[in-house]
Design a protein. Structure first.
Length: 77
């Protein structure tokens, strides 16, 4: 179970973390769908949103600003 303090300890707002997690979860889900099509197997593991939040919490994925002028958020792995 992840706590908000674990996610915001790097100084990012909850909103920016939610946006980054949603983008990362979408990439994870797309990757799993492509893998299932190619290998013909079902995907196992945590839900994509949970996996994305865990990656942000442990530092595997970092939340960075893409364009400071427009305040958009992006993710980088």
């Amino acid at each position: 179970m992840l706590l908000v303090d674990q996610l915001t300890r790097h100084g990012h707002s909850v909103y920016s973390i939610v946006i980054a997690a949603a983008k990362r979860a979408r990439k994870i889900n797309d990757w799993r769908i492509q893998r299932a099509k190619i290998l013909g197997e079902e995907t196992f593991g945590p839900k994509p949103t949970v996996q994305a939040l865990e990656e942000i919490a442990n530092g595997t994925v970092k939340v960075v600003r893409e364009d400071a002028g427009r305040q958009q958020q992006a993710i980088s792995a």
